[in-house]
Design a protein around this ligand. Structure first.
Ligand code: MN
Length: 230
């Protein structure tokens, strides 16, 4: 029986509606050329890649607590794709039909810890997968064709625009990245895809307020940055 995302059950302010049971968080790295370059990489030479966050990284908007072990926590604004179908070795057409919903999220990253991990050849989990490292809006149901109704996504830090981009600027389109992932692992209904961040990533400090919006999308993401658990 096909997995369904009935839009009638989406309730205002809900993080993830009960019909959407997240299986995994799959994150795309370097899917915008301008961000690849700001991180010191050549997008023509190094294609996008993917990694995972645990489900415990998911958080609603509201308060973000900075991990005590990092001195450099960055925001990364990303378009989220929720899958209602999965599969292996998908065609581009099959990949399109996997799309079941959208959201906006922040791939919060301890940049200093990530840098140390890269230098040591170690995994990124403490940099990318800590508790609450994936704050996101509610997931709104939508098909691949509904992408056309979504426009520019914008992140403001303390009222100032720090990231602004459009999903059309991705290196890999949504079907291409789903196809690519499906050549390595079987995609599942309930997978939540963080599709990569554009240029403009930067640090947050306690007291900051982040606000993410996307044209044509009904939900915004508001985040108050704090140092200690409150
Ligand atoms: Mn990211």
């Amino acid at each position: 029986m096909p997995y369904q995302l009935p839009c009638c059950r989406l309730r205002d302010g809900e993080l993830l509606p009960d019909y959407f049971r997240p299986v995994r968080i799959i994150c795309i790295g370097r899917n915008y050329a301008d961000h690849a370059r700001e991180m010191g990489h050549d997008p023509a030479q190094e294609p996008p890649f993917f990694f995972f966050k645990p489900i415990t990284a998911l958080a609603r908007d509201g308060t973000f607590v900075m991990p005590s072990y990092s001195r450099e926590v960055h925001y990364e604004l990303e378009l989220l794709i929720a899958l209602e179908q999965g599969g292996r070795n998908l065609s581009l057409q099959q990949a399109k039909s996997c799309v079941g919903g959208f959201g906006l999220g922040l791939d919060m990253t301890c940049r200093d810890i990530q840098r140390q991990a890269k230098e040591a050849g170690r995994p990124w989990e403490l940099a990318k997968g800590f508790d609450g490292s994936a704050p996101c809006t509610a997931i709104a149901p939508g098909s691949f064709d509904d992408l056309d109704s979504l426009g520019t996504m914008t992140l403001k830090r303390n009222g100032e625009v720090v990231q602004q981009s459009h999903w059309r600027d991705m290196i890999w389109s949504i079907p291409e990245l789903l196809q690519h992932i499906s050549h390595h692992i079987a995609l599942q209904p309930g997978d939540l895809i963080f599709t990569g961040t554009p240029a403009g990533v930067g640090p947050v400090e306690a007291g900051d307020r982040l606000e993410a919006r996307m044209e044509g999308f009904p939900k915004s993401l508001l985040l108050q940055i704090t140092k200690e658990d409150i």
